[in-house]
Design a protein around this ligand. Structure first.
Ligand SMILES: Cc1ncc(COP(=O)(O)O)c(C=O)c1O
Length: 370
């Protein structure tokens, strides 16, 4: 054993003692997926696959370089325009992942004279952006407007940026966006909204929550999103005022020092936007399925496609996942420390392509005693 292998073995032992061993098993085929984020069920849609293939044929396997060198392709501009159009945003910038988009927004839109207020439940990519930034960071209690206002009002920094998700990824609950915009306006703060779990699901056309509230043309509002959930592809984007786009192009390290979004990913996302436009019933179908799942597991109907049900403990959560699997369903499970509130829970996601949930709902009722 080298010192390095000893160190790795120690870390593995600690993980095992804490019951926190993670692994990457190949996803079992043949189960009804109530765990993934392909909310519109488009990942294997022939048009999405054709979009990827056509884009790879036209532009190659990769973008070949950073967007600032030779990696900006016509398909990037087309995708940025389409995303801006759907969300009613002035401008868009695509990234190789949603993670990179979040790092860019949080690091490049703050400086040493900024107070960054992040909701306690925001995604790890936003937390990492805060850690990488030069701003001072404070955490606001989840969805607690008064706390956000208090933190903003008490700041010593000249600037402030508040970071939230419109639909939260683990609990599936919605942020009070309207009120947050008002608090930010009163306190002179910018609001960054991660729409990862709202795009394609919330709004009549799947335009997301911010667009539905008419706040996407507000220069002090910045949206981030991923192409990897409803848009069934890979990649991310920031949608905002043109001045924000210019600033990110010039200063966001996860944009400048990263190879441009792969053409196939851009082509697949564009095709998904096309399907969404031509099949306007899809977002409604996801929400109807989400409502049926919510009723079956005894929780409130969610704003998006994510449902979360607290379980008595980690063992019960794991037993629920095993029972679901034995009955043909794949559901998710979160246990501390991966839950923002320390509560073990099962997590379910609704999908537009699930046309008959009768059997699934019966199994879920068994699991949750409904
Ligand atoms: C809320 C949220 N933001 C950002 C991301 C990161 O997006 P991507 O997977 O495209 O990197 C995710 C999950 O993947 C997410 O759930």
């Amino acid at each position: 054993m080298t010192d390095f292998l000893d160190w790795l073995a120690d870390a593995a032992r600690v993980r095992a003692e804490r019951g926190l061993v993670r692994s990457t098993p190949i996803t079992e085929p043949g189960l009804l997926d109530l765990a993934g984020n392909d909310y519109l069920g488009l990942r294997t849609h022939p048009r999405i696959i054709a979009g990827a293939v056509d884009a790879a044929r036209a532009f190659g396997g990769g973008a070949g370089a950073s967007r600032l060198v030779t990696g900006t392709l016509a398909i990037h501009a087309e995708l940025e325009a389409a995303l801006a159009e759907l969300t009613g945003s002035p401008a868009g910038l695509v990234f190789s992942t949603g993670y990179a988009a979040n790092l860019a927004a949080v690091t490049a839109l703050t400086d040493a004279d900024t107070l960054l207020v992040t909701d306690a439940h925001v995604h790890a990519s936003l937390v990492d952006g805060a850690r990488l930034s030069r701003a001072a960071r404070v955490v606001a209690r989840h969805n607690d407007l008064a706390h956000v206002a208090e933190l903003l009002a008490g700041r010593a920094q000249r600037r402030a940026v508040v970071v939230v998700e419109s639909v939260y990824s683990v609990l599936g609950d919605a942020a009070p966006l309207d009120d947050l915009v008002a608090v930010c306006a009163e306190q002179g703060a910018v609001l960054i909204i991660d729409e990862a779990h709202a795009l394609g699901v919330v709004g009549e056309r799947g335009e997301g929550m911010a667009a539905g509230l008419g706040i996407t043309d507000n220069p002090d509002v910045v949206l981030t999103l991923t192409l990897s959930k409803s848009l069934a592809s890979q990649g991310g984007a920031v949608l905002a005022h043109g001045a924000v786009r210019d600033h990110l192009v010039n200063s966001a390290r996860s944009f400048i020092y990263d190879t441009g979004l792969a053409p196939a990913a851009a082509g697949a996302a564009l095709a998904a936007l096309g399907v969404l436009a031509e099949e306007p019933g899809l977002p409604n179908q996801v929400r109807a399925n989400a409502a049926a799942l919510a009723d079956a597991i005894g929780v409130d109907r969610p704003a998006g496609a994510v449902l979360s049900r607290p379980m008595p403990g980690p063992d019960e959560a794991l037993a629920a996942v095993a029972h679901a699997r034995d009955n043909g369903l794949r559901i998710g499970c979160f246990r501390p420390p991966s839950t923002p509130d320390g509560i073990s829970r099962i997590r379910l996601t609704a999908h537009a392509d699930h046309t008959d949930l009768t059997d699934a709902l019966a199994v879920l009722r068994e699991i949750t005693g409904g």
